[in-house]
Ligand binder design. Sequence first.
Ligand SMILES: [Zn+2]
Length: 545
Amino acid sequence: MFDLILRNGTVIDGTGRPGYKSDVGILGGRIAALGDLSGAESRETIDVSSMAVCPGFIDMHSHSDLSILAHRKAESSISQGITTEVVGNCGWSMAPVKAETRESVLKRLLGSLVNREAFSSLEWNWHSFGEFLDTLEKAGTGVNIVPQVGQSLIRAHVVGTEKRNATRGEIEAMKDLVRESLEEGAWGMSTGRSYRPGGFAPTEEIIALAKVVAKYGGIYATHMKSEGDDLFSAVEEACEIAEKSGVKVEISHHKAVGKKNFGKVHKSLEMIASARQRGLAISVDVYPYEFAQISSLIRLFPEEVWDHIQKASGSGLKSSGDFPTQEEIREALKDPAVIRAIKSMPGLGPVLERVKNYLITNAPSAPDLEGRVLGEYAEEKGLDLADFLVDLLGKDGLGVHAAWPISSDDVYTVVSADFAMVGTDAFTLDRPIYPTPIHPRHYGTFPRVIGRFVRDKKLFSLEDAVKKCTYMPARTLGIPYRGCVEVGFWADLVVFDPTKLEDTATAKKPYDRSLGIEYVLVNGKIALEKGEVRPVFAGKVLRRQ
Ligand SMILES: [Zn+2]
């Protein structure tokens, strides 16, 4: 007697082998039998003829540890077929944490990225990495969590947030924290080489920590120090760390941003391929979009601009990390004195030089700017960039959204590499978090790769696409009994219509759900049925053993 039988589907098992007709019998959360189960009894049976049945997608690069305690159902993830998320990326994790780093590092990060609500609703009753995992486990989550520890937090914990080299004693203390986190269940360590404070660490310091990770067979996931002008030296650093520490390296969200860097991924992928030939274990993940992280444009300006706005709006100086509201921005930018003060800032020139390379994804009062690179648009129209932006921000405030552009050819090239996997670089959401800008990857990443890239772009077969999203990440990390439709494996499964699977989320409508996913099972429990995400909280916190 099974708990559930999925009858008559086409099993795409994750290994890349061709899909085959089979029933799937589920018992006690695991796949208990495959093949013809027409004679078998089951508490529940679902007919899935004409559907594909594949392993649940494993998001190789997620930031859901930052949001999931406030969004436990993980709707955005489950609705696109994700059942397991590798979290703690780009140097950020929620532990280990102490009172100072919670304020100086995490509050800032959560406020800018996930929005303030996620921070204020938390109880913060953990310090160590293991205690955070206990908190997640106790709360219950919709998806399985594969945690990594963030090096930025470790460095903030021991060295603080200033830019200086660590002492020998501090390096030992950081190694201890990495070791403890790995003992308590982390699968590896991540870095954000271009972020503070973790990015203040010289390569040697990272190598020292990576050696600890290597000893445990863990992974080193790196948001590199450059994804644009200095992409190649950043890849060299990742290879050097692999070589000198012996750690497995995962290059996060691999891409080349900014128009002048388009095409560089051909060489960066060659560099990685040749490192692999030398025996280094290096892989990459990628999100399948033509633009990077979306921010409110005004957030790309220095804090001095925010200060002018906050002073003018009468709200006074707030604690560091707070940000002017929509009303404050609109109000302040009506004041000629504020505009004069902003325009006379010595730092404005370099900032404009930078932001003019951004793609504008949302500009309610200038719709013809949407989808364009800011500087190109201004030049074409003969606009003074400073005047134009002050006017635009005065009208639309936080509603002007910008992102680094990425070439679609580069995306296809990276995702097609045989060592490339897929990561959302998103955090899971159960509901909108206006006015924080949201990237369509939160809802559309995996259907975009397995639907659009297979059917329309013909980049790879359906079986190979599924492999990138399931079997490969499970094998790269060494997660047992996941990532494959096989007897004895956990029943993390996606039932979808390969002819209909499609992402619909866009920069303008980032919350739109993907089409074609009929059922999602997490540890044998039905977490999505006919488009509806159920609050079953069937996810497990997977601790590295
Ligand atoms: Zn990152």
